[in-house]
Design a protein around this ligand. Structure first.
Ligand code: ADP
Ligand code: PHD
Length: 579
């Protein structure tokens, strides 16, 4: 019994892949792929200069333990160097990433195939998320498996849903069932293993959710091949997506860029077929096990590929007309934002806008590759273009973002005024405990700060409590600490060169709504003003702020005011401006 459970719980690492970490030539790839029911892999010899250069970069990192920060453009240079090799055709041009909402059904898969083919001038790398709500269902199935007993696994609603969705899709698309049958069997075995062990570790959780992307990409690649467009499926954890071993929230390591460039570019040179890559997944560099990049992580997969291959553009296709002025679930009148900088988009994502993964802008910014957010349900909508710089002269407020259920700490030094080293001591406690801080406001003897819930709350419930207890215990050695839970951060993303205007308007709105702001923080990034309020009043605040800034002609009023002010200034300087 226990042996069967352990067998069902085997991840690639437990199958002997641990040594494959950090750029090793994935020695047991065949074994893993066979187990996954995938076709035998195509061997890619290092025959191009690009492949050799990328391989050398990987070897160099491997020698130094893989966490080495490689010179950022090595992979791009290596990939591009190869463009003249072996009589290769034109290069890959863009990444097209489609989220779960875009590929939620057979019909949607067909539409996405049609969409990809409607850009005949592009040679895309396609990145896919799991179909619809598959990831949530997998997680729920895993939670239930812990306590439902192995005999009841096949009766789990979530498992039935996942089977029906994927088998039904394959059937409706006229594809061979074998594309997903092997994976579905393996999934059921895994759930039985979880039931027998009565335990769902973070590592097993990542293995569990990986089935979503592994199935969606296989279905989509088969669909393209069926309609006569050559496509090849790739599991990201097999092509060099090397990550930290932080299961459920792993970071991509630098070794990823040359490895991914080598594999995708090398294959493309040998045989130009559209690569269809699993989003969200990676491989832990120490464990060799499957990792995930945090919820919504396929955006990060897309930008990583964009940077690795030095592509012209990264497109992320969603179910909304681009990045909006606020979450449309909070305010239905949210409008698309046509242009953003990487800094604005990163801040917006980090402070809670679900539309982009918090880390996804980093590779795009480093590679200076434009990101376009588009709507796969409304292709004609222009979407949002995210670039390094944009014209900010007209810009005041760009978007309002809400991050709820955060924890705030008020920390007041127990020593007298003028105590130097207080801030340093406080932050060293957070560093020692490995906890990130979101927003900070300080005086010489007190600090108010909010904790990053995605880092804190990704842990088990018991662990969360311990972490907070540890923080408070340590802080109480030097300060009086107040823990304030159920708070929200409202982030005003915009042109902080005009912060007085934004704050004047915002505080007017908040005062009229009877809301007291508990903390204010204006980041050095100059694109974000954060206000902390109680959870219970946060949504209403965002709605009121949105109406005031975006719906009542405020921005055009400001334009008029600016003209008047300029005229006034010109008059007082003795010059007259005509308009
Ligand atoms: N500021 C915002 N702009 C656009 N969408 C937002 C924003 N804030 C939250 N959202 C939500 O993000 C969703 C799109 O992100 P996501 O679900 O991750 O897409 P996908 O799964 O297609 O990649 C939208 O449907 C919308 O409900
Ligand atoms: N399927 C994963 C990864 C992802 O990126 O999804 P989406 O693109 O649908 O947000 C998730 O649900 O988190």
């Amino acid at each position: 019994m226990a042996a069967a459970a352990a067998a069902a719980l085997r991840t690639p690492a437990r199958l002997g892949l641990d040594g494959a970490a950090a750029g090793e030539q994935w020695p047991r790839k065949r074994q893993w792929q066979r187990q996954r029911g995938a076709p035998a892999p195509v061997a890619v010899p290092c025959r191009t200069k690009a492949a050799a250069a990328a391989a050398a970069a990987v070897r160099c990192q491997r020698a130094a333990g893989a966490a080495v920060v490689e010179k950022k453009d090595a992979s791009v240079a290596a990939a591009q160097e190869g463009s003249g090799d072996a009589g290769a055709g034109p290069e890959l041009t863009v990444v097209m990433k489609f989220g779960g909402s875009s590929v939620a059904s057979a019909e949607r898969m067909r539409e996405v195939a049609d969409l990809v083919l409607s850009f005949p001038e592009e040679r895309p790398v396609v990145v896919l998320s799991a179909m619809g709500k598959t990831t949530n269902k997998l997680l729920m199935a895993g939670e239930k498996a812990v306590s439902c007993g192995a005999a009841n696994i096949s009766e789990l609603d979530e498992l039935s849903f996942i089977k029906e969705l994927h088998l039904g899709t394959v059937d409706q698309l006229g594809l061979d069932k074998s594309i997903v049958v092997g994976l579905l069997d393996e999934l059921e075995q895994l759930l039985k293993g979880i039931a027998m062990m009565k335990e769902l570790t973070l590592r097993t959780r990542d293995y569990l959710v990986s089935f979503g992307e592994c199935m969606s990409t296989r279905i989509f690649a088969a669909l393209l091949n069926k309609i006569g467009v050559k496509a090849r499926q790739y599991d990201a954890f097999e092509i060099g997506f090397i990550t930290t071993d932080d299961f459920t929230n792993a970071d991509i390591l630098e070794a990823t860029y040359p490895a991914v460039a080598k594999r995708l570019h090398g294959d493309w040179i040998n045989d130009p077929t559209i690569p269809i890559v699993t989003g969200f997944l990676g491989k832990g560099w120490r464990s060799g096990a499957i990792t995930t990049l945090g919820r919504g992580g396929s955006d990060l997969t897309a930008t990583t590929i964009g940077k690795a291959l030095g592509l012209r553009e990264i497109q992320v296709w969603k179910d909304v007309d681009g990045v909006l002025t606020c979450d449309p679930n909070i305010h239905p009148k949210a409008k698309p934002v046509p242009y953003l900088t990487f800094d604005e988009a990163a801040e917006l994502a980090y402070f809670g806008a679900q539309v982009l993964h918090p880390q996804s802008m980093r590779p795009a910014r480093e590679g200076d590759i434009p990101v376009r957010v588009k709507n796969s349900y409304n292709r004609r909508a222009p979407g949002t273009l995210i670039t390094k710089e944009r014209d900010m002269s007209e810009s005041i407020l760009t978007s309002i973002v809400l991050k709820s259920n955060i924890t705030m700490l008020d920390i007041v030094s127990t020593r007298m005024l003028g105590q130097y080293g207080f801030l340093a001591k406080v932050f060293s406690i957070f560093e020692d405990l490995g906890i990130s801080v979101d927003c900070v406001a300080t005086s010489e003897v007190s600090i108010s700060l909010t904790l990053d819930p995605s880092k804190l709350w990704s842990c088990e419930l018991v662990q969360q409590k311990n972490e907070l207890d540890d923080v408070i215990e340590e802080l109480e050695k030097i300060a009086v600490v107040h823990l304030l839970q159920n708070r929200s951060i409202i982030s005003l993303i915009g042109n902080v060169q005009r912060s007085s205007l934004i704050l004047e308007k915002a505080f007017n709105v908040l005062r009229r709504n009877g809301v007291n702001v508990q903390m204010i923080s204006q980041g050095a990034s100059k694109v974000n003003i954060s206000l902390v309020v109680h959870d219970s009043e946060a949504k209403q605040c965002v709605q009121a702020l949105h109406s005031a800034f975006f719906e009542n002609g405020f921005l055009s009023e400001v334009d008029k005011m600016d003209v008047l002010r300029d005229d006034f200034t010109s008059h007082s300087k003795g010059t007259v401006r005509s308009h």
